[in-house]
Ligand binder design. Structure first.
Ligand code: NAP
Length: 473
């Protein structure tokens, strides 16, 4: 772990494995509650001086970290593919996306503006000032093991907060590589701290109950997010929650079915379906169902699963055995309840896939609301197609979920696009667009997909308090 500007390596460890091959990649420090307390203490001690640095200094360090991350793009991507499994090209894209947050918030650090407000009293002035929230505790998932860190570190450090971060147990090596960068560019001791662990609960408990932690930022499942939000509530800690999703992907009958099917296959199988914004229900208007399915089936059939280091492979492994079991349970449940299997539908374990967690790219049609896949987040390579007839029906069906993160709409009709955009209860909506994400754009969900936004101008507000000065003159 990395605390107060130093790597601590002596102590118990846990092993990190390659999900494609089963090979052990390394041994990592296994932190516990005391280590979390130690890291929070270091962050607390550094808080005032870090918040007191000029915005220009904080900006300069973040910009240097951005530069170094890009210099190391290939090495970081290689590590990510081995540790998390996504194909190398996708890992290269993720490192670039991750670095974008460092640069965006390096710039935003210099734009933390206050306000003066006219008063009704001639002898009074109002001054509004923004200041750092204080020590931030951050918990991140394995599916985007570098960008989910920089999406928190960038704005928190830019705002003048110090941070203690706990990465996912499956991907601590990527987190350590990020902290190597922060160390090398010269962030002062205690400003950014990392606690790796194989047992997240005791660390989470400390994060939620330690009085010095003023803000908890979490990305992961809705179940764990709710638990943490409850645990942080007695002290009214500020929380940001980036949680699960169940994205609808709606294709209206005026859309080009071939173009829409290409989009669906690209975004559905990205990161082997292990993305919070992955389409979980693909609604297709019946008049164009056949050409849509023909194209999607052809494309899904060509997706080759395997080790992401081989450029011939377009989908990597799932993260672990539990993920394989969950995906297969949803697929078998759907088939038993009447879905049609058009491709895949089984674990892959032949030859070099034997020691990895691979599941074949799967296409199911005739999905209905009584199936598990219609409600549960799949987090795997399964495209589930639901036919529909009427515009109003599809909006109701799309909104019929406790989640509200991302949604996608394909139509050439502007009125239909705008109506759908306004009626969908989701925080991110791609209209004829499968990549509605950027460091410059607010990312986050409605309903049980979370609280708060990351990235964009909004992203830094999550780490700032508003302070009012009322001054009699
Ligand atoms: P997860 O099981 O909730 O884990 C996320 C993080 O929480 C990991 O670091 C995990 O540690 C930790 N954790 C688990 N139980 C904890 C506890 N009791 N106290 C403190 N920390 C705890 O989720 P995941 O399976 O890693 O990630 C997938 C989920 O994340 C999906 O639902 C996905 O949709 C969501 N996600 C959301 C976004 C977004 O921006 N909205 C982005 C990416 C992913 P361990 O690794 O040690 O278990």
């Amino acid at each position: 772990m990395y605390v107060n500007g130093e790597w601590l390596r002596d102590g118990p460890t846990f092993s990190v494995h390659n999900p494609a091959t089963g090979e052990t990649l390394g041994e990592v420090f296994d932190g516990n509650a005391e280590h979390a307390q130690q890291a929070i203490k270091a962050a607390e001690q550094a808080q005032d001086s870090w918040a007191g640095e000029t915005a220009y200094k904080r900006s300069e360090l973040l910009a240097r970290a951005h530069g170094l991350m890009l210099e190391r793009q290939a090495a970081l991507a290689n590590l990510m593919t081995r540790e998390q499994g996504k194909p190398l090209k996708a890992a290269m894209n993720e490192v670039k996306y991750a670095a974008d947050f460092l640069l965006w918030f390096a710039e935003e650090a210099k734009r933390i503006y206050g306000e003066t407000i006219p008063s009704a009293r001639a002898d009074q002035r109002f001054l509004v000032h923004k200041q750092a929230v204080g020590v931030v505790a951050a918990i991140t998932p394995w599916n985007y093991p570098i960008s989910m860190l920089t999406r928190k570190l960038g704005p928190a450090l830019a705002a003048g907060c110090t941070v203690v971060l706990k990465p996912a147990e499956s991907t601590p090596l990527c987190a350590m590589a990020v902290f190597d960068i922060l160390h090398e560019v010269g962030f002062p001791p205690g400003v950014a701290n990392l606690v790796t662990t194989s047992d997240p609960k005791p660390i989470g408990d400390v994060f939620c109950t330690h009085p010095s932690v003023r803000k908890l930022t979490f990305t992961g499942s809705t179940a764990v997010g709710k638990h943490l939000a409850q645990a942080a509530a007695p002290q009214l800690k500020r929380v940001s929650m980036e949680l699960g999703g169940h994205a609808p992907f709606i294709v209206f009958d005026d859309a080009d079915p071939v173009h829409a099917a290409k989009g669906a296959s690209l975004v559905k199988f990205l990161n082997t379906g292990q993305a919070c914004i992955s389409p979980n229900r693909i609604f297709v208007q019946r008049r164009i169902l056949e050409p849509f399915l023909d194209t999607l089936q052809e494309r899904v059939g060509k997706l080759r699963a395997g080790n992401g280091l081989d450029p011939a492979n377009s989908i990597g492994p799932l993260i672990n055995e539990a993920a394989i079991a969950k995906v297969d349970r949803q697929v078998q449940d759907a088939i038993a309840k009447g879905a049609t299997l058009l491709s895949g539908g089984a674990r892959l374990s032949d030859g070099e896939l034997a020691n990895g967690h691979f599941y074949g790219a799967t296409l199911l049609s005739n999905i209905s609301a009584d199936m598990l896949i219609y409600r549960e987040e799949t987090f795997g390579p399964v495209a589930a197609v639901v036919p529909f007839d009427d515009d109003d029906d599809v909006i109701a069906m799309a909104n019929d979920t406790r989640y509200g993160l991302a949604a996608y709409v394909y139509t050439q009709n502007l009125a239909r696009a705008l109506r759908t955009f306004e009626q969908l209860q989701f925080g991110i909506i791609g209209i004829n667009d499968i990549n509605p994400t950027s460091a410059a754009a607010p990312f986050g969900g409605m309903k049980e997909s979370g609280l708060g936004r990351e990235g964009a101008r909004e992203g830094i507000e999550e780490y700032l308090e508003t302070k009012l000065g009322g001054i009699s003159i």
